[in-house]
Design a protein around this ligand. Structure first.
Ligand code: EPU
Length: 419
């Protein structure tokens, strides 16, 4: 099992480019099921979750050819029930249910796997499929779905779930009627999928809003698309620069996708400088202060839950008390006990809320990465801690961050992979 050895204390310096957005790449890979024509995807991040999605695509009969960060997908799917051992590798495999139901009019998929950060049911997904007249059978240890007839549909999602919205969009893109999705998720990755479905032949109004009006077509065409920049990765590098008292330039970002993290950094006395719409310089200038308001996750454009763990680490470097609140996931904050072990002064109020009292100098520890986002948060903590830290379970971080060790090394970090 691979691990990271990190010696803390070096400020990050230099330039880094952000990768393609993991949570855009995953549904877009699933969307290629909808056509028999060639699809070419650029800016695909080379991360374990993406590899796991491609493994399912190959199991379904598609041919996948890589050239750097560009991927060509060709051929037609030959069946609609991907192997259980592949599906169980990640949560996003549930996106194949909507895609296969759209392409084959029936599908069967095992329960997905993924990071353990809380209860993650699929009620909203099944509500959406039922609302589009699919027949569902979730009684055995697999999800079976069949589309028996097609009509105009109105869907109100009880929760603005990202992957449920995407599943509904994947199916709606193949139904030659109108589907309205209200309370749709509107994260940038959801919009990136919408843009792909439009390029493939669907009509979608309201992209970027919480009401999507989709008119599908039975036969979708191939697509060439460049995956949008990963706002979570960009935010992670911004936080890492401040935590290590560094000075870095982050390229290939989308400025408007970083408004909320920047808002909180401004409240803390940091001043990320947007050189243009695709480049930001983050420079540590002076000790940070706790933001005057709690840091609370929200649906887009609120503060992203996937940035909460790195943000907690940043607040250990801000003078005063910060209340960090993630109401979405029950286990997001569990990693805070590891930060406490490193010397952070954190009161864990309940599963969703912690109060961080900064500023504390963190000490090196032997840690284990509990999930993707907590894992990268621990990497940041180790990069600013006194001494040599070891972070086990590096593969959990590799699920979402491409070559994170070599890219951080290029910024001067003393991080080495072992195993
Ligand atoms: N939720 C609500 N109310 C809402 C919306 C969501 O309570 O209005 C709760 C849900 O019940 C759930 C949580 O918030 O507990 C997340 O819900 P969602 O269904 O949106 O999550 P998801 O679709 O399973 C995607 C991302 C996650 C990200 C969440 C939230 C993908 C493949 N996964 O998951 O990404 O945390 O949205 O933004 O897109 C990650 O990248 O590390 C990751 C876990």
């Amino acid at each position: 099992m691979s691990k990271f050895n990190i010696i803390g204390g070096t400020p990050l310096q230099g330039e880094i480019s952000v990768s393609g957005n993991k949570n855009a790449a995953l549904p877009i890979i699933a969307a290629t099921v909808l056509t028999d024509e060639d699809c070419i995807l650029h800016n695909i991040p080379q991360i374990l979750d993406v590899k796991a999605m491609f493994a399912i695509l190959e199991d379904l009969g598609k041919t996948v050819t890589f050239e750097g960060n560009t991927v060509k997908i060709s051929g037609a799917v030959t069946h609609s029930s991907p192997a259980q051992y592949l599906v169980s590798r990640l949560r996003a495999s549930i996106l194949y249910l909507g895609a296969l139901l759209g392409r084959c009019r029936e599908a069967e998929i095992a329960p997905p796997g993924g990071c353990v950060i809380g209860k993650r049911g699929i009620d909203i997904h099944s509500d959406a499929f039922l609302g589009m007249s699919a027949e569902l059978d979730f009684s055995s240890n697999s999800y079976k779905a069949k589309l028996t007839h097609e009509k105009d549909s109105y869907l109100f999602l009880q929760e603005a779930s990202v992957t449920a919205t995407e599943n509904a969009m994947l199916l709606a893109a193949t139904v030659p009627h109108q589907t309205i999705i209200d309370n749709a998720a509107c994260e940038p990755h959801v919009s990136d999928l919408a843009n792909v479905l439009v390029k493939m032949g669907a009509t979608i109004e309201g992209i970027g809003s919480n009401r999507l009006i989709i008119k599908g077509v039975k036969k979708l065409r191939g697509v060439e698309h460049s995956i949008v920049a990963d706002n979570i990765e960009a935010g992670t590098f911004m936080i890492a620069a401040l935590c290590t008292q560094g000075d870095i330039i982050i390229k290939n970002i989308v400025k408007e996708h970083l408004i909320t993290p920047t808002f909180y950094m401004n409240l803390m006395g940091a001043n990320p400088e947007f050189i243009d719409d695709n480049t930001v310089r983050v420079r540590y200038e002076k000790p940070l202060t706790a933001p005057s308001r709690k840091v609370q996750v929200g649906l887009w454009p609120g503060f992203p839950t996937d940035l909460m763990s790195p943000m907690v680490v940043l607040t250990t470097q801000a003078e005063g008390n910060t209340l960090c609140h993630d109401w979405m996931f029950e286990s997001r904050m569990f990693f805070c006990d590891k930060l406490v072990g490193m010397g952070a002064n954190i009161t864990i109020c309940d599963p969703h809320r912690v109060i961080v009292n900064g500023i504390t100098q963190l000490k090196a520890q032997h840690l284990s990465s509990p999930d993707l986002r907590a894992g990268i948060a621990l990497v940041i903590a180790a990069m600013m801690a006194d001494g040599h830290s070891v972070i086990d379970n590096a593969s959990l971080i590799d699920r979402g961050y491409e070559n994170i060790d070599t890219r951080l090394q290029s910024l001067g970090a003393n991080i080495k992979r072992e195993g």
